[in-house]
Design a protein around this ligand. Sequence first.
Ligand SMILES: C[S@@+](CC[C@H](N)C(=O)[O-])C[C@H]1O[C@@H](n2cnc3c(N)ncnc32)[C@H](O)[C@@H]1O
Length: 288
Amino acid sequence: MLAMEPIGYIRTGKHLKFAALHQPEESAEETHVLEMVPGRGYEDGLRDLAGFTRIWLLWWFHKNTSWRPMVLPPRGPAIRRGVFATRSPHRPNPLGITPVQLRRIDRLLLHLGPCDLVEGTPIFDIKPYIPAYDSFPNEKAGGIDSLDAALAAPPAFLVSLSPLAHAQALWLRHTWDIDFQPRLTQLLSRDPSPHRTRRIKRTPDGQLAISCGAWRATFALHNASVQVLRLEPGFPLRFLHRPGREAVPDLAAQLAFLARWPETPSDPPPPLLADAPQMVEESPNRPT
Ligand SMILES: C[S@@+](CC[C@H](N)C(=O)[O-])C[C@H]1O[C@@H](n2cnc3c(N)ncnc32)[C@H](O)[C@@H]1O
């Protein structure tokens, strides 16, 4: 038995797994704080680290309880891959590694740039990122190389918005400063087919719907064109109204949206969020 204890915990404010990026996006304007555990002499352990502009975090996927030998990566065709050929959180020893920008150190607080960790993730180690040792840009990256090449090609599907979806997107942008349309268009223009980890699913009434962060869009697919029919919150009203939902992203906006465009009994929200593996424990609609 090997014993390890966290040296710190990260504060990202991202309570739900889908709120965290799959890998850090360098251009994101984010600052996160790693709080080191006090009373362990880590002040000395952090000496000299400020000279590095990037560090490796080694951490625990503490929100996962299971692993699978074959996993379905969120990008690319719906093909299962061996877990060790992926960065999936569902691993036998759920260890994550992330290179993050180190912006500043205040005693036991490390101010970091964009990262892909959820709030409260335990950190087990920090190492300096050393470009000369850690960067090998010419190595082959298996299926990721072909995925990146496919992403560089022009999108295969043309995405448009219905008048309703357009009005909803404008309202979200102007009233709440929420804009997931670029991400939605990017995902649907590449491949709108049902995909578990991309959170695209056929709804009970035969339409297609995609979850995008805390929101969802229902769309129609005709040959190479996708029409987004309507937007809606990712969580049903009965879930949002329960106490203790403060951590739900865009909670106030979701409630206001449902006041403006109420759910209809004939159109219950499909349990899409439940289907994303990273959402399992947060799901209000987990199928039994
Ligand atoms: C694809 S993994 C990659 C992690 C790391 N960069 C790596 O390569 O090992 C990133 C995803 O892990 C999930 N995640 C982040 N923190 C987690 C945690 N503490 N427990 C479980 N899942 C977590 C989020 O959904 C995030 O999108």
